[in-house]
Ligand binder design. Structure first.
Ligand code: ZN
Length: 327
């Protein structure tokens, strides 16, 4: 189960935008409801509201300090937008530093659940919350406080919006089953001594068993989910496994075309990423990246322990591309 810290933007002593709604007060309504829906799914959620910050920098420091003091998987900040008073709808958007997929998913979920216009994911590298929290972070601008159309939707769909935020962050929303993938089923062999079986496609689902025989299994369905580049459903019905730790033994699916466009830039999305002397977790660790920085990949290769390995331009070695995002 995941751990999350969610905070309201601004402070009781330094309010945010004010229009038909008061941003700081509404953010304080949204945070506990989102936390409630996340807890219903079994996750641990910590909430934070700044009651003391007077200046903008005091406020931001209070919020970021709290987030960084907790053990958690994702940092979430709730805000409301403002531009100019209007009766036209403006919509919802989610700001991110390096979490474009998560931000897009949350923005779409809010829109789908409420009818707010989906303004989508927006990359912002200048926001202190996004660039100073140490874990993957998103900042949600629920709607515009100065759009009467947005505010009407928000008031009538408040619970749906909070639930959509919660479900889209933890990846538990599965409104439509994925279309059948050509090439399924196929055989795999487990390449690690112990592989968890989960009740759903994601590390946020409970562990319901484990595979310890490095045996051969049949995958009947694939899905995306947190914690692995791809999840596979076991034919036995026992549950789902991470396909990062299996080798395909029989596949009627033609392999994807080799990636082109080398070299390319990536940003590391974890706090600590090993550098290995070769493309595989079987190669010795020769260093590590701890700055979540940007790096150039000059070569790709398949190897154990990751869906793809990338060679650093610096010559320092190879890193798992599962923990990088192309930039
Ligand atoms: Zn704000």
């Amino acid at each position: 189960m995941g751990r999350y810290v969610i905070s309201s933007g601004h402070s009781l002593r330094n309010s945010g935008a004010i229009g038909y709604l008061n941003e700081v007060m509404e953010a304080r309504r949204v945070v506990p409801r989102v936390a409630h829906y996340m807890r219903q799914l079994g996750h641990t959620v910590l909430e934070y509201h700044d009651n003391t910050g007077i200046t903008v920098s005091e406020n931001l420091n209070n919020i970021v300090r709290y987030h960084n003091s907790q053990t958690r998987d994702v940092d979430i900040s709730i805000h409301f937008n403002a531009f100019s008073t209007t009766n036209q709808p403006r919509g919802t958007e989610v700001l991110y530093y390096d979490q474009s997929a998560l931000a897009a998913r949350v923005s779409k979920a809010i829109s789908d659940s409420s009818g707010l216009i989906n303004r989508g994911a927006k990359r912002r590298t200048d926001l202190y919350f996004l660039n100073s929290t140490a874990r993957p972070a998103i900042l949600i601008e629920v709607c515009f406080v100065d759009s009467s159309a947005d505010v009407a939707i928000y008031n009538s769909k408040f619970e749906q919006i909070c639930q959509a935020i919660a479900h889209s962050i933890v990846g538990a929303a599965t409104p439509t089953p994925p279309p059948p993938t050509p090439g399924l089923p196929y055989g795999v062999r487990v390449t690690v001594d112990q592989l968890n079986i989960r009740s759903g496609p994601g590390s946020n689902y409970p562990i319901v068993g484990s595979i310890t025989d490095r045996g051969s299994y049949t995958i009947v369905e694939e899905a995306n989910g947190s914690g692995a580049s791809k999840w596979g459903k076991l034919k036995s019905g026992a549950g789902w496994i991470s396909l990062d730790f299996v080798e395909v033994t029989s596949t009627p699916t033609p392999p994807p075309p080799p990636p082109t466009g080398l070299p390319y830039g990536v940003r590391v999305t974890v706090d600590q990423l090993n550098i290995r002397s070769g493309p595989g977790s079987n190669y010795p660790i020769v260093g590590s990246i701890t700055d979540r920085g940007s790096y150039t990949i000059v070569e790709e290769a398949n190897g154990t322990g990751a869906s793809k390995w990338g060679k650093l331009k610096s010559g320092a070695g190879w890193i798992s591309l599962d923990y990088c995002q192309k930039i």
